[in-house]
Design a protein. Sequence first.
Length: 417
Amino acid sequence: MQTFTVLFLIFLLAYMGVQLWLSLRQSNYVSQHRERVPAPFTDKITLEQHQKAADYTLAKGRFGRIELMIGLVVLLAWTLGGGLEWLDQAWRSLNWSPLYTGVAVILSMLVIGSLIDLPASLYRTFVLEERFGFNKTDLKTFFIDVAKGTALTLALGVPLIMLILWLMESMGDYWWLYAWGVLTAFSLIMMWAYPKFIAPLFNKFAPLDNGEVAERINALLARTGFNSNGIFVMDGSKRSAHGNAYFTGFGKNKRIVFFDTLLEHLTPAEVEAVLAHELGHFKRKHIIKGMLVSITMTFVSFAVLAWLMKQNWFYQGLGVSQASTYMAIVLFMVASPVFTFFIGPIMSWWSRKHEFEADAFAAEQSSATELIGALVSLYRENASTLTPDPLHSAFYDSHPPASIRIAHLQQHNLGVT
C-alpha cells in the first residue's frame, strides 16, 4: 500500500471519527437538557416547544450520522474502490480529446453523485421536515427544482469546466493563476447576477408593501446610509415553514430579502432589528472580508492542485492509474475535505465573531430588546435547539448559541460592551 494511501486513510479515519464523536456528543447533551427550558427562555418558550426543538435536533443528528456513513462508503468506492478509475477508462475508450473526455468524466461523476444523494434529499424533505411540520413543498415542485438546478448547472458549469481544463492544458506551469482569475471573476458575476436572474427561477419576489414595516426599514436605511436595489418578500412558505432574512447581490444590484414566513411571526420593530443585524454585516465589512478569504483560499487551492497534478503518487494513491488534468481536479475535489476539515472550527469561530459584531451594530442602530425578541421567535418557529453541546457548537455553528448570544445583547441594554 502506498504511503499516500495510508495517509489518506488515517486522515479519513480522523475525519469520520471526529464528526461521529461530535454528533453523539450533541445528541447526548440535547437529550440531557430536554426536560427543562433554559432559564433565560422560560417565559418565552414553552416546554413543549423546547422539546420539539430537541427532538428535531436529535432526528437530524441520527440522519446525519447515517449520511456520514453512506458518504464514507461512497468516497471509498470512488477512490480506492476503483469507481473513478472505471469511469475514467470508460470515457477514455471513446478516444475523445482530453478536453471532452475531462468534461464527460466530471459531469458523469456529478450526475452519479446527485443520484446517490437524491434519496437522502427526499427523506430529509418529505419525512424529516414533514414530521416536524416544516415541509410545505410537494413532489412536483421538488422535482421541478431539481430539473431547474440541473439545467442551470449545465448551462453555467459546462463552459466553466471547459475553460479551466483548457487553461490547464494550454497555459503552462502558471495555468493556475489564470484559472484562479477566471473562477474569481465567475464568482463575482454570479453574486451580481443571482438576485436578478437566478433566484427568481425558484421563488417569487414581491416588493415589500407600504406600512409600518416599510416605514421602519426605510428610516433605518436612511439612518445607516445603506443603498439597495429594493426590499423584497420571498415566498419561502411555498417550500418550508422556516423563516429567514438575507442580503443578496453585489454593487448596485444589492437586495434585501425577507422570507414571508419571517414576517408572519415578527413585529415591525423586530423586523427592523433583524434588518439592522443584517446591515451590521455590511457595515462591518463582513461580506467583503468573506469574499477576500474565499478568494485567498481559492488561490491556495489552485496552487496546491498545480503541484499535486504533477505527482504520480497523488493519482495512484487514490486508485487512479493514469494522470490527467481532469482527474487531478476530481481527486482534489473528493479528497481535499478529508485533509482540510480542521479549518472548519476556525471559520465557525470567525463567523460567530461577525455575528456578535452585527448584533452590536443592531443594538446601536435599532434595539437590543427587539432583536432579542426576534431571535427568540426565530428559535421557536425554526425549532432551533437552545441547548447545543458546547464543543459541537464551537466546531460547527456559524452563529453563537442562543443563551450566549442573548446574554451579549442584554449587556448592550445595560450599557456594557
